[in-house]
Design a protein around this ligand. Sequence first.
Ligand code: FE
Length: 160
Amino acid sequence: MKAIFNLICVLLCLSISACSQTPGQTEKVPPNKKPSTNEDWKKVLTPEQYAVTCEGSTERAFTGKYWDNHEDGMYKCVRCGYQLFSSETKFDSGSGWPSFYDVVPGSKVSKSTDNEIGYPRTEVKCAKCGAHLGHVFEDGPNPTGLRYCINSAALDFEKK
Ligand code: FE
């Protein structure tokens, strides 16, 4: 009798855990909890957004959403919504990635050197949440001479 009771308990537990997960849907971070760990970000970002912003990977040139976007508006961090780049400083670099010659006035990005591809490059991250955005090079147009080469997957565009 006890064995049957145990079996029913096991079956009941299995069916409850099976129902709590919808197939093909990833578990979301509860709305009252801000994502902070990579595990949290994995639940709220697309695989490409996660690879770029959390793992520092680079989307393939000419494949992102924004490299050829010419609309007026604001480019925000895809993770935290921090305003990063304005369409006013966007220019066509021919690189296949959204390119800007400056950061939005009053906003900040953090910069550090990486040697991932054999020579030093300056990595750019969101100063607010630490998301990897792309790199900055000193071959941009006036007035700064800088070229912020940013992954579309790290950005969210808000049309003016
Ligand atoms: Fe951010």
